[in-house]
Design a protein around this ligand. Structure first.
Ligand code: ADP
Ligand code: ADP
Length: 227
């Protein structure tokens, strides 16, 4: 359970990126953070990841305040998270498979386990045939799928994806959204920011931000499928 309690954020003195934002997200929900560019969507995701702190208010995860975590506890929080942030590219000096293995190596898994799981993660995104390729040889859509495989290889409880369909054509965007929905069906909480309104109908929950404030929020019972 993730809870924002009266969260405001000012990066500079008097310009608010978020203003008195409150909402909660239950385990296993698929939530779209919607709203135009500059609305504060990335800021919300960064706060959940502990990368930005609120100026006032609290961000809670499972009843614990994320902003009060000591820096030594942040790595444990991050292990629960699969982060797909903008501008976090793949490492170009190694193969696709090696990129996806990296998060597992960092937490001390064996090379053999890392390789097996990384390959399986690539299979989930249907990009396993590029395992040995250099990221440089992939299209934008393929790179994004590899980035998602890298984010999910450690089986996170929560996936945070910032504009995962930006710059993708419709076909690749549908692959990415369907992959995220498949994770949600297997119990993972997915929080996806998007200014792309065509995907809003895919969510069971939409939180709409405008100029740093929540202006709308709705929940639907049925999650339709994309084609
Ligand atoms: P979105 O993801 O909806 O485009 P952001 O959360 O990135 O919105 O940005 C919200 C507001 O905060 C914008 O006005 C943006 O310029 C500002 N902002 C974001 N990050 C920073 C930063 N590191 N320093 C100063 N201002 C920032
Ligand atoms: P798509 O958006 O359908 O993935 P692209 O036309 O960008 O389309 O790529 C088609 C195929 O060509 C992909 O499998 C990709 O890996 C490969 N490809 C794209 N750019 C290069 C490149 N510079 N060198 C080698 N292969 C490439």
């Amino acid at each position: 359970m993730i809870e924002f309690q009266h969260v405001s954020k000012a990066y500079t003195n008097d310009i608010y990126a978020l203003r008195d934002v409150s909402f909660s997200i239950g385990d296993g929900e698929l939530v779209f953070l919607a709203g135009p560019s500059g609305a504060g969507k990335s800021t919300v995701l960064k706060m959940i990841a502990g990368l930005e702190k609120p100026s006032s208010g609290m961000v809670m995860m499972n009843g614990q305040s994320i902003s009060k975590l000591k820096s030594g506890s942040l790595p444990y929080l991050r292990r629960k998270l699969g982060l797909i942030l903008q501008g976090q590219g793949l490492l170009l000096d190694r193969s696709v498979l090696a990129n996806v293995m990296l998060p597992m190596i960092v937490v001390g898994e064996s090379m053999a386990d890392a390789e097996t799981r990384a390959y399986a993660a690539l299979e989930r995104l249907n990009i396993q045939d590029k395992a040995d390729a250099s990221p440089l040889s992939l299209s934008g859509g393929e790179q994004q799928r590899v980035a998602i495989a890298r984010a999910i290889v450690n089986r996170p409880q929560i996936i945070l994806a910032d504009e995962p369909t930006a710059f993708l054509d419709r076909e690749n965007a549908v692959i990415v959204i369907n992959a995220l929905k498949a994770f949600q069906r297997s119990g993972v909480t997915c929080i996806i920011s998007s200014h792309d309104e065509q995907f809003l109908e895919q969510a069971n929950r939409v939180i709409y931000l405008s100029k740093g404030e929540v202006t709308d929020s709705w929940t639907s019972a049925v999650i339709p499928s994309v084609s």
